[in-house]
Design a protein around this ligand. Structure first.
Ligand SMILES: NC(=O)c1ccc[n+]([C@@H]2O[C@H](COP(=O)([O-])OP(=O)(O)OC[C@H]3O[C@@H](n4cnc5c(N)ncnc54)[C@H](OP(=O)(O)O)[C@@H]3O)[C@@H](O)[C@H]2O)c1
Length: 219
């Protein structure tokens, strides 16, 4: 089984993903800028799991531990987060970007297009050589992920320019029950997927829900 680490694993999206993956039997380390905060979060996640499955470490140690590294910080914090772990991001590792660049105008979510066309493309340009970036879990609501009793019953888009790297993430998605991986092709499809999340945020707001997500019919 592949080891998975989280840069910024103490937040809500990191929590949900760490719980789902650990429950599926994946070895997980959650990282933080503070080891104490990571340890406290891991203790809380393990209590939710009922087993001591997740370790809490520094962001850098989480990268060292993992073959697949999730970047689960706000888009504005991604550059600092990557810089703090750059020396540990070596060939053989793969970064999964879940970030959505969004701002709110008069209570409505607006896509804040980064240089490069999408957050995923912006970040891919800033990784060390030999470390591929795959965009996934961008449309997955954190609260739903964290509720282990809820069935996800939706699709998970996976895009990236390396077919081999996409395949590794697709294999990981497949481990989570009731979630179907969908190979969405090249990284530039993140321009569409990130905007779909903005739509989901708007739908959640207008319908006073928190679980809007996507299923593709016909494939
Ligand atoms: N929430 C959702 O439903 C959802 C759905 C899809 C995608 N996403 C994406 O998931 C990502 C994480 O969202 P979230 O709501 O989980 O975020 P969050 O709770 O605000 O933050 C995640 C973690 O980022 C770390 N962090 C904060 N400032 C940092 C900095 N300057 N440098 C490095 N790390 C820093 C913090 O960890 P420490 O303080 O412990 O270091 C924090 O726990 C976002 O990009 C979001 O767009 C969220």
């Amino acid at each position: 089984m592949v080891n998975v680490g989280f840069i910024g694993g103490t937040g809500v999206e990191g929590r949900g993903l760490a719980l789902r993956l650990a429950a599926a039997g994946v070895p997980v380390a959650i990282g933080s800028r503070s080891e104490a905060r990571a340890a406290a979060a891991a203790a809380e996640y393990n209590s939710a799991l009922g087993q001591p499955l997740i370790r809490g470490v520094s962001n850098r140690e989480a990268v060292v531990f993992a073959e697949i590294v999730f970047l689960t910080v706000k888009f504005e914090q991604t550059t600092a987060a990557i810089e703090s772990c750059r020396d540990a991001l070596v060939p053989g590792k793969l970064l999964v970007d879940v970030t959505i660049p969004v701002r709110f105008e008069h209570g409505h979510p607006v896509y804040a297009e980064p240089a490069g066309g999408s957050a995923a493309e912006f970040l891919a340009e800033r990784l060390p050589p030999g470390v591929p970036l795959v965009a996934s879990f961008k449309t997955m609501p954190a609260k739903l992920l964290a509720d282990l009793h809820s069935e996800l019953q939706c699709d998970e888009f996976v895009c990236g320019d390396s077919q081999e790297a996409r395949g590794r993430v697709i294999d990981l998605v497949r481990l989570i029950p009731t979630l179907r991986p969908v190979d969405a092709g090249a990284l530039k499809m993140a321009r569409v997927i990130e905007r779909m999340t903005v739509l989901a945020i708007q739908l959640n707001r207008s319908h006073k829900r928190d679980g809007a997500r996507f299923t593709v019919v016909g494939i």
